[in-house]
Ligand binder design. Sequence first.
Ligand SMILES: C[S@@+](CC[C@H](N)C(=O)[O-])C[C@H]1O[C@@H](n2cnc3c(N)ncnc32)[C@H](O)[C@@H]1O
Length: 349
Amino acid sequence: MMSSRYRALCRYARKVTLSPSDIEEQDIEDMRDANFSDREIVDANGIIAYYNYANRVASGLGVGVAQDSRMGRVASRYSIDAGRYRDLWGPLLRPLSLRLFDFLPLAQAGRVLDLGSGVGLLLEDLDRAATLSATVAVDCSVGMLELVPRGHQRAAMDAHKLGVAAESFDVAVLAFMLFHSADAGSCLREVRRVLKPGGSVGVVTWGKDLIATVDEIVADELDVHGALRVSALGSYNIHDTPDKLAELLGAAGFTAVRSWAEGCDYWSDLHGFADARMSVGQFRIRLGTLTGQPRSLCIDAIHRRLSEAGARRPAICSDIVLGVGASPASRGLNRRPAQSSPHLTAPIG
Ligand SMILES: C[S@@+](CC[C@H](N)C(=O)[O-])C[C@H]1O[C@@H](n2cnc3c(N)ncnc32)[C@H](O)[C@@H]1O
């Protein structure tokens, strides 16, 4: 839960950033009341103003496109949530991702890319399925990569600008990561670039239904109860049906595209699922901006509405959408060298 001191600082930072001309003596008094010394207020102001300056210079010159800033936010939020992700969400998603494996030529693969690998929960499975292979975990979140079990190769990179030579991998797996991309088409084209001719890509992502229902209710009630807004880091609706995913894969130049939806009932109760959603990511942050009565009222309202939604539609499951495609066997693909990704680090494991 956010402390009152931290909340006061956030309020002040928000006002200095969004409406600096409205700052008045009372705002400074509010900071003093929250136990900030005058020296700390001056420091806070300097830091906030500096970031505003830097952001305006970058924005004014057209630097820092949305895709990059989305990736930065994804990376830092996952780094903060990495432990909870490994213990709670990862084990739930793993069996869903494994459904993709039968549709990929893993047994003959030499090198496999687990893109958006998170904490690497698929790596053992990939190693078992692909006996010949060297599997590389790539993720933009250093905090997630730090939890990848020892002995696996890993590297911090942005999926849109992989610091990897063209035609390096036989198979690429993108499990529950594409919805974070601000430009899924460019991410898939980059995957095609690093796949060998004839190499395969496999994608698994959320379909419509449960996620959308729960997220709508939670977001709605957080708004109603005055939680601060933070940007969402996912756009499920760009590939939440087999047709949409097939179109994206085809547009990125993959051939022999197949896509399909499967049901999954990986969570048996709507309320527990919503609590889990609120334990990580944007909902955890937003809920953290509420305390006391507004917080309890918000949580009560969410559960009330979930009960109604559950009664209307008792099935507690979601579709997942899976898709596979092949990199053309011969291609006039741009064979540019590996991009110097600003997020590339030397493999850390
Ligand atoms: C929901 S987690 C899935 C992790 C893993 N694939 C799994 O199934 O357990 C999404 C992961 O994608 C990563 N990710 C999102 N956007 C990325 C990008 N542009 N480049 C690299 N990794 C990205 C996140 O950091 C996060 O670890």
